[in-house]
Design a protein around this ligand. Sequence first.
Ligand code: ATP
Length: 292
Amino acid sequence: MEIKIQNLSKKYKNVKALNNINLAFNTPAMIGLVGPNGAGKSTLMKILVGQLKATEGEVLIDGVSLNKREKYLKERLGYLPQDFGLYEELRVEEYLDYMASLKRIKENKKDEIKRVLVMTNLEEKRKLKIKTLSGGQKQRVGIAQAMLNNPELIIVDEPTVGLDPEERIKFRNLFSEDSIDKIVILSTHIIEDVESICNLIIVINKGKILFVGEPSELVRKAIDHVGVVEIIGADKEKFLEREVKGEFKITSTVITPTGTKYRVVSKSLPLSFEKVVPSLEDAYIYCMLEEE
Ligand SMILES: Nc1ncnc2c1ncn2[C@@H]1O[C@H](COP(=O)(O)OP(=O)(O)OP(=O)(O)O)[C@@H](O)[C@H]1O
């Protein structure tokens, strides 16, 4: 599958949620879409799944406009929106059966439901009413329905929210193994998720794409812009004022026996700070700083 996003913009009354986006992906791809609250991630995803219309520009699926490809896309798409309504009175199995019918799965429906139940570790819960599940278990049901019919394109908005660390790792691996013959687009605030599985990262802010590339490339851009410094005693207040003035952004604070050790990201790192190797999270913060 090939997805091309061309000169895409979306306006909600006077809010420009997406501003002239251009992107292209081919199978296989495991893409992490990251950006702060309100950046435009959900809007982009909703347009990609045909739920929202763009104000300008278009999306091409295998060379044909998405508007003319709705049926084609629906048959190949697994989508987990941010606020997916679960039918709380249904049992897990009944809900998946219902979703499978919506996806027009006829042959092997039972086997397909079993496959996603196993995949998401929900087999034992299949007879339970959705309303009796924990938040993380409900999230798993959402992921299970997105995986029905082994879609070629999986779009998931914040899939690991509400999952405990072990489950998060499990799901990261599941998406990643699954991406061998697919395009998976994962919107997340959790940089660790992107770091461990994505081969492409897209950083978006205020409706604009700030970066598209491999995570390692984003990290390279932040070299020489990340440092640590230990501040002792009364100097702390002055140091924190420097952050307020915008000289740098603190990304971690650790109390030490002698003072406080700060990790900072800066457009121009003060010479007295000890340079360190950037993490992907530092690199993401640096990308935001550059834009400011
Ligand atoms: N239905 C709507 N009507 C008006 N404005 C909207 C609507 N949906 C989103 N917006 C605005 O569009 C911008 C982008 O929102 P969007 O939900 O796409 O961001 P996001 O990156 O998904 O945010 P979050 O990480 O908080 O989910 C925001 O300024 C938001 O307030």
